[in-house]
Design a protein around this ligand. Structure first.
Ligand SMILES: [Zn+2]
Length: 129
């Protein structure tokens, strides 16, 4: 998507927001490397509030004790989660020598993709490719 938009000279006119399944801090830089401008954290935030990542999570089935949550408690759970993910993003960016998160956008050459690694690892083995 990122490359197609860039090739069509539309990349600066479109913002890509990735989300839906981000469950770990490492998914943030990976999403940025793949071209996202921003990420959403809805599932991770639900888990931070006590959801067990229910397959069909809804108001009646979720494990979150909705009556036992105060707005102050949930606010600080979100602050802690976002802060922890931010710290991990800064650590990853530091290891890459990148100072701004937006500099990661679309830098897919910095990413290691499982399929490519697997192909490289097993290419020399008979039947591995
Ligand atoms: Zn749930």
């Amino acid at each position: 998507m990122n490359r197609a938009l860039a090739n069509a000279s539309l990349r600066e006119r479109v913002s890509i927001i990735a989300g839906g399944g981000l469950a770990a801090a490492e998914h943030v830089p990976k999403s940025l490397l793949c071209g996202a401008d921003a990420v959403t954290m809805e599932r991770a935030l639900k888990v931070a509030l006590g959801c067990h990542a229910c397959a069909d999570c809804n108001k009646d089935r979720c494990t979150v004790d909705q009556n036992g949550i105060t707005s102050d408690w949930s606010k600080w759970r979100a602050v802690n989660l976002v802060g922890a993910w931010r710290d991990q993003l800064l650590e990853i960016m530091g290891a890459m020598g990148v100072r701004e998160a937006r500099r990661l956008r679309g830098e897919s050459g910095r990413a290691i993709f499982y399929e490519e690694t697997e192909k490289d690892a097993f290419a020399d083995i008979k039947g591995g490719a």
